[in-house]
Design a protein around this ligand. Structure first.
Ligand SMILES: Cc1ncc(COP(=O)(O)O)c(C=O)c1O
Length: 376
């Protein structure tokens, strides 16, 4: 075999690695992380992805998983046992609350939901068995921004860990660990991979001890990511910075356009000066506000349908963070399972539409909006 020096990491599409002899096997166990045995325990592609995200989040180490959901599962299982209690921001991704309420309670992990405005004073909610607070840098779909440094101060005082889902902000805008959080998780499916062709997750921890716990949970529960998906995600990650700049400037242009349009009742985007956490978002996001925005036309399902159908190219696809713009309808997708009272309380009404703004030329996007709004 000639000496081969590929510029990029090849795909190690193998479930198992061979050993020369028993000495090499002993070396594997004696020097953890120096070689590979079985892909469920570790693989060069998943390790590369974990290391690259860890660099961006400035952690002690990272563990990649098969989805954002399994990243949240791994983080909670690593930090909690039966009989423990978790606090969770009320405005969390629906899948996360389903995991906590419907599954983790079955194995003895209790959960209490805390409204966003009450997250900075947790005294009334913390119990002797409370282990952590799970919250998101920016909420979905109405883009409320949490002050991560302030949350970290409070969780430290209360003696619990702060776990931040940084999926919407990405480390390009916000590095929660640098602001005092203990654990960061991502749905890598979204901005980190960025091209709507990967399902993956990652957990990054502030301490080596927590990394090792998450690593153990991943191995034993079998939550690992496949080498090919890790390779695709690592490839996407290389353009994260560039993409986030374009997502953010496009979203700001669309938010400004929508805000002045007579058929639009309300726009939610942290980059608008009217947004209640605009100053915080600016500071915490290093001047970028991300690619997610929501707006409301009339609270009438038919009007929404007409708008969707009149968009010349933007598809209705209930996920987010790809290079191509897409729209979603929170009432019919992410927030479908909530009661009408909960939906009303959160402000998710029949006219709310969410844009995941892509990296197209801004003029193309404004033209789409103009065409679709003319039809309603
Ligand atoms: C903020 C957030 N966290 C976690 C998840 C779950 O990620 P995945 O779908 O990759 O399992 C999602 C998915 O939409 C999400 O939006």
């Amino acid at each position: 075999m000639p000496h081969i020096h590929p510029k990029t990491t090849p795909i190690y599409q193998t479930s198992v690695f061979a050993f020369e002899d028993l000495n090499e096997l002993e070396q594997y166990f004696g020097q953890p992380g120096q070689s590979y045995m079985y892909t469920r325990y570790g693989n060069p592609n998943t390790d590369e992805l974990a290391q690259e995200v860890n660099k961006l989040e400035s952690g002690a180490g990272g563990v990649v998983t098969s989805s954002g959901m399994s990243a949240i599962l791994a983080a909670v299982l690593a930090l909690c046992k039966a009989g423990d209690h978790v606090l969770c921001a009320e405005e969390i991704y629906g899948g996360s609350s389903t995991l906590l309420t419907q599954e983790l309670t079955r194995i003895g992990i209790e959960v209490t939901y805390v409204p966003n405005e009450a997250l900075y004073t947790l005294g009334a909610h913390v119990q002797p068995n409370t282990r952590l607070l799970l919250a998101e840098t920016m909420s979905n779909p109405l883009l409320q921004v949490l002050d991560v440094a302030k949350l970290a101060e409070e969780t430290r005082q209360q003696g619990i860990k702060l776990v931040i889902d940084n999926t919407f902000a990405t480390p390009v805008l916000t590095q929660p660990l640098a602001l005092g959080a203990d654990v960061v998780i991502h749905s890598v499916t979204k901005y980190l991979s960025g091209h709507s062709d990967v399902t993956a997750g990652v957990v990054i921890c502030r301490t080596t001890e927590d990394v090792q716990r998450v690593q153990k949970v991943k191995m034993v529960y079998g939550l690992n990511l496949s080498p090919f998906e890790a390779w695709l995600a690592a490839r996407g990650l290389k353009t994260l910075r560039l993409r986030m700049k374009q997502h953010s400037s496009n979203a700001l242009a669309m938010a400004a356009y929508l805000q002045q349009h007579p058929k639009v009742e309300k726009v939610w985007y942290p980059g608008l000066e009217e947004h209640p956490q605009h100053e915080l978002a600016k500071r915490q996001g290093r001047g970028l506000f991300g690619g997610m925005l929501s707006f409301r036309i009339r609270d009438d399902r038919e009007v929404v349908n007409r708008f969707m159908k009149a968009l010349p190219t933007i598809p209705f696809a209930p996920s987010l963070a790809g290079v191509n713009t897409s729209i979603s309808y929170p009432l019919g997708t992410s927030h479908r399972a909530l009661s009408p009272e909960q939906q009303q309380k959160l402000g998710i009404t029949a006219g709310v539409i969410r844009f995941s703004v892509g990296i197209e030329e801004p003029e193309e996007l404004l033209k789409e909006l103009e065409t679709a709004l003319a039809a309603v």
